[in-house]
Design a protein around this ligand. Structure first.
Ligand code: KIV
Ligand code: ZN
Length: 501
């Protein structure tokens, strides 16, 4: 098994995301989490860029002992001096210096020539080497650089002392096979390439950062530069969780030292401290990465997880897969959740509850445990004598509320219309008319209490209604729940009447 070094740049390239800047305390917290995760190198910052970055590299160097602490510089002496000073307390230190390698950068960024840039690259490595043994050189925009010139530059910086050579696809332009061929070309055309580790640093402008990094590794690179959650400049960088799990899932001939069980907690820590939500469908760490919502998939996963999952969520620190209940869920998924909550239903009972579930799921996006308890409370598993078939209410300003109710009483259908001082009053009035007409009760009960429980979460949540009815010196309780408060109220009233009947 060959080792792939994980160079984490969440605190440098990742932290360049607009609006996601961290203070030193937060950076230390993330650096400690990265150490626990098992990364080999932490790029702690770009010390010359600001006093805050300089100080952060110092503090991270003090706080973390296992990973190499790396500081970024341009190929400029002042940058290198600043990096050297910031790394004073690092147990293991690296300077990451470099310069643009593409003609685009040489001409339009540096307004210079290939020869001059080559000289500056060599000088920067030689100068860094005076202070630290471990020097990584980056050939910025290598993705668009002329291959022969790139090879010449890489060979020269290795002669100058570079221990790691980073081949960034800075603009995320390369296709995987092109990037892989670039690494292969360097392996074949740089005579001293065996004296350095090749590093891949890919950006995600075309959504290819992970694919490109893996192509680089299969062509011989042995270090991958990554960020947690793939955050970074513009569309981001190669994400740590993706490359690690690609190697593990495919049991490739190379692997990392990452403790994958720490992936999810680290992802959430970074997301929280950077104030940057993880997109729901993000591979490995997105909210939906292990959530199954369609009936066919849910049924398959419940029969055997591997039917629809190639990674065990436990392996990346996620407690379990999720069977999301929605209008697309099947009976297997509903039963799974009901059993989890302690309800054991016979097939005909499940059929009934499932029918009520579908009605609820059509009006409410997320069905949670509380909803399921309510569903079980209101779905009677014995035959009912009173059943509401229709409830139609007209109300509003300046209308007088009016309700039409159609009900089955002992299997016979009745319809009544009533006015009231509000939609609930009008609806209960219509129910009373039906009770009287059908003679199912001799007298009407007295409504002693009517309690509406407030909506708990969002505007589409369920209202719960409890009623107390007094009938011949006994008290009967009725319960209703629905996303429509009038429907819930009438259900509760009829449920109370049902108990009397
Ligand atoms: O994308 C890039 O080229 C970089 C370098 C500074 C390594 O981030
Ligand atoms: Zn970058």
């Amino acid at each position: 098994m060959q080792k792939i070094h994980i160079f984490d740049t969440t605190l440098r390239d990742g932290e360049q995301v607009p609006g996601c800047q961290l203070n030193t305390v937060e950076k230390i917290e993330i650096a400690k989490a990265l150490e626990q995760l098992g990364v080999d190198v932490i790029e702690a910052g770009f010390p010359i860029s600001s006093p805050g970055d300089f100080q952060s590299v110092i503090e991270i160097s003090k706080a973390v002992k296992n990973p190499i602490i790396c500081a970024l510089t341009r190929a400029v002496k002042g940058d290198i001096d600043s990096a050297v000073a910031s790394l004073e307390f690092a147990k293991r230190k690296r300077i990451h210096t470099g310069i643009g390698a593409s003609d685009m950068h040489i001409k339009y960024k540096f307004k210079s020539t290939r020869e001059d840039i080559l000289k500056r690259a060599i000088e920067a490595v030689k100068y860094s080497k005076k202070f630290v043994e471990d020097v990584e050189f980056y050939a910025e925009d290598a993705g668009r650089a002329d291959l022969a010139y790139l090879a010449q530059m890489i060979e020269a910086v290795i002669v100058a002392g570079a221990t790691v050579v980073n081949i960034p696809d800075t603009t995320g332009y390369n296709l995987p096979h092109i990037y892989g061929e670039k690494i292969k070309y360097l392996k074949e055309h740089v005579s001293n390439i065996d004296k350095a580790i090749i590093s891949v640093h890919c950006h995600n402008d075309l959504g290819l950062a992970t694919a490109n990094a893996m192509a680089g590794v299969s062509a011989g690179a042995r270090q991958i530069e990554v960020t947690i959650n793939g955050i970074g400049e513009r569309a981001g960088n190669t994400s740590l969780e993706e490359v690690v799990m690609i190697m593990r899932t495919h049991k490739l001939a190379y692997d990392t030292n990452i403790n994958a069980k720490k992936i999810f907690p680290t992802s959430r820590l970074v997301s929280k401290l950077m104030n940057m939500p993880v997109q729901a469908n993000k591979a490995i760490v997105g909210k939906n990465a292990f959530a199954h919502s369609s009936g066919i998939h849910q049924d398959g996963v419940l029969k055997m997880r591997e039917n629809y999952e190639i990674i065990n969520p436990h392996d990346v620190g996620i407690a379990s897969s999720e069977i999301v209940l929605s209008a697309r869920s099947g009976r297997a998924a509903l039963n799974h959740h009901l059993e989890r909550l302690g309800y054991r239903l016979k097939p005909n009972q499940l059929k009934k509850v499932y029918a009520s579930f579908l009605t609820l799921a059509d009006s409410k996006k997320d069905i949670n445990d509380e909803d399921l308890h309510m569903l079980m409370g209101k779905t009677s598993l014995v035959e009912k004598k009173l059943k509401i078939n229709l409830l139609e209410v007209v109300c509003g300003f300046p209308l007088k509320p009016m309700a039409t109710v159609t009900m089955l009483v002992n299997g016979e259908e009745y319809t009544a219309v009533s006015n009231g001082n509000g939609p609930v009053d009008a609806s209960c009035g219509a129910v009373n008319k039906i009770i009287k007409e059908s003679k199912v009760l001799k007298t009407l009960p007295v409504l002693k209490e009517f309690l509406i429980q407030a909506v708990t979460r969002g505007h589409d949540d369920i209202s719960k209604v409890h009623v107390q009815l007094e009938y011949k010196n006994s008290v009967f309780y009725g319960y209703g729940s629905d996303t429509d408060i009038v429907v819930a109220s009438v259900q509760a009233y009829v449920d109370g009447l049902q108990k009397i009947v």
